[in-house]
Design a protein around this ligand. Sequence first.
Ligand SMILES: [Zn+2]
Length: 82
Amino acid sequence: MKRGRGKFCPRCGTQNNVGDAYCIKCGYGFKGRKKKSSLKSILILIIILAAGWIILRTFLKKPIIPTELIDIIKNMSASKAG
Ligand SMILES: [Zn+2]
């Protein structure tokens, strides 16, 4: 048994070879960093939604921000001041 030329799986604890991308027992991905990609996909989704909203409002020839929302903001600032 050689020691030092292996890495332990964080999920099941099985010793794997250093070069292995996946655990030989449970298939855990050592190189897999899904946290970053999920954050990226959320950002892309927000951008797509925002772009879609702007295109839709432009297509319908309506202001990008609904006038009702502007009125609410105006009323809030007016009540604060007065
Ligand atoms: Zn494993």
